[in-house]
Design a protein around this ligand. Structure first.
Ligand code: SF4
Ligand code: MG
Length: 332
């Protein structure tokens, strides 16, 4: 197995007051191969950020395992953890919130190197800072400025430079483009792609819709209410979505060419996203699914390989479950 990261039946539950349990991540499994980009897509509140934070070890896990390069992330010694944090870095949605406003760009980018004792020679460390600035499309004149002097896209570039300062192998990008103007989003995605090629990086790319993630991901997992509901190669996900939730997400993406008439039926999701404190019984998507049948409220659909490398959690594809599906009401 050439997987660099393996996530096996990962659960992350938070205990709230009054014995309530928030099931932010509730049984998620996938792997990521070296050099690959794996996308996780889902609405806000689906647990995708919590999954990312648990994978990098910011949160302990409730159940399951995260194996990085053969080592269990949640069972590492302090020394192993320190080394692991060099190898795996995270980029955040709001670079402004994650950049200290009182620090110069130079300080922001060099701080991780100081913590890890890399480039102890100050002059060499500064050269590395300048190199990183160039790598992300900025220049050395930016080094003495403060975060507020930059645009959103530039701030994200600073965040990326800082993440790269420890020469990581793996980057978790948690909605790195969601807060940016559409015109800037493609630039940042292209930058990340270029850096991946140049530095041999592996990415976990978290996004809240399917519009941009296609351009960077090799495979995509769709998450809903703490569960993965579909996982396949990104081209296949767009051409052959099987889960009703994926179909709804895809129908919400506008066709980019204004001259092409959009004849697709827009699938509107019914109702609100239920609370992960009290998720629906059976299939977590059933309260918003137009195909829901009796079995869906009692039986949790297993995450099954329906065709090669295409996993879906839905009773519509389980020959053993039959029911009164009203699927004819919805155009596919
Ligand atoms: Fe819809 Fe049932 Fe499939 Fe869930 S299992 S997505 S409720 S048809
Ligand atoms: Mg989030």
């Amino acid at each position: 197995n050439e997987a660099l990261l393996e996530v096996k039946h990962l659960k992350k539950h938070f205990t709230l007051g009054k014995g309530q349990i928030l099931k932010a991540v509730d049984d998620v499994s996938f792997y990521i191969k070296k050099g690959e980009t794996f996308g996780i897509v889902g609405e806000s509140g689906c647990g995708k950020s919590t999954a990312g934070r648990t994978i990098i070890g910011l949160y302990d896990r409730t159940e399951g395992e995260v194996i990085y390069d053969g080592k269990n992330v949640h069972e590492m010694t302090e020394k192993e953890k320190f080394g692991f944090h060099r190898k795996m870095q995270m980029i955040f949605q709001d670079p402004y919130a994650s950049l200290n406003p009182r620090s110069t760009v130079r300080e922001i980018i060099s701080e991780p190197m100081e913590v890890h004792g890399l480039y102890p020679n100050k002059k060499e460390r500064m050269e590395k800072v300048y190199q990183l600035l160039e790598d992300v499309g900025l220049n050395r004149d930016h080094a003495n400025r403060y975060p507020h002097e930059f645009s959103g896209g530039q701030r994200q570039r600073i965040g990326i430079a800082r993440a790269l300062s420890l020469d990581p192998d793996f980057i978790i990008a948690d909605e790195p483009i969601s807060a940016l103007d559409v015109s800037v989003q493609a630039q940042v995605v292209n930058l990340l792609k270029g850096l991946q090629k140049k530095n041999g990086l592996t990415y976990l790319f978290i996004a809240h819709d399917l519009s941009m993630v296609k351009h960077i991901s090799d495979r995509i997992g769709v998450m809903y209410l703490g569960n993965l509901v579909e996982l396949t190669a990104s081209s296949n996900l767009y051409s052959n979505p099987l889960h009703p939730y994926t179909q709804a997400l895809l129908s919400a993406i506008p066709i980019p060419d204004p001259d092409v008439e959009d004849k697709r039926e827009r699938i509107i999701l019914q109702g609100e996203l239920p609370s992960p404190i009290n998720p629906p019984s059976g299939c977590v998507f059933r309260t918003r699914c137009s195909y829901a049948m009796d079995a869906c409220s009692t039986l949790k659909p297993s995450f099954q390989e329906i065709e090669e490398n295409h996993f879906v959690a839905c009773h519509l594809y389980n020959k053993n479950v039959t029911g009164d599906s009203n699927r004819s009401q919805v155009a596919v």
